[in-house]
Ligand binder design. Structure first.
Ligand code: 5GP
Ligand code: ZN
Length: 105
């Protein structure tokens, strides 16, 4: 989707560093961290939110990506968050999973 900030990041438009990537998702640092470690797991395909996701395999792959990236980075304790809908705090309408660890604000 051309006007989606996360699609642009996935496309490499901003030279964002990916701390992890696989066939299904990329993982990068949140620009406005709300914890000592704040990562975003973002599917390569554009899906607006969890409400629009109808691919249970992709959902599983995204959660396994959470597990893989935290293991790779040695993050043993963390919180995962998916904001769904504007009133729940979703600002970017491309599905993503927050990973928060240490000093969560
Ligand atoms: P949401 O509120 O939609 O669940 O989370 C969106 C997150 O994306 C926010 O925590 C925000 O700081 C982050 N974010 C928004 N724009 C950018 C960006 O251009 N680069 C990065 N790395 N993070 C972003
Ligand atoms: Zn997108």
């Amino acid at each position: 989707m051309t006007d989606c900030i996360f699609c642009k990041i996935i496309n490499g438009d901003f030279n964002t560093e990916f701390v992890y990537k696989n066939e299904y998702a990329v993982v990068f640092k949140d620009i406005n961290p709300k914890a000592d470690i704040h990562l975003l797991v973002v599917p390569r395909v554009h899906v607006e939110s969890l409400n629009e996701l109808d691919d249970e395999v992709l959902l599983g792959k995204l959660m396994m990506t959470v597990k893989d990236v935290t293991k790779k980075l040695g993050i043993k304790s963390y919180r995962t968050v998916i904001n769904t809908g504007r009133e729940a705090g979703q600002e970017v309408f491309h599905l993503h999973i927050h990973i928060l660890s240490g000093g969560i604000k």
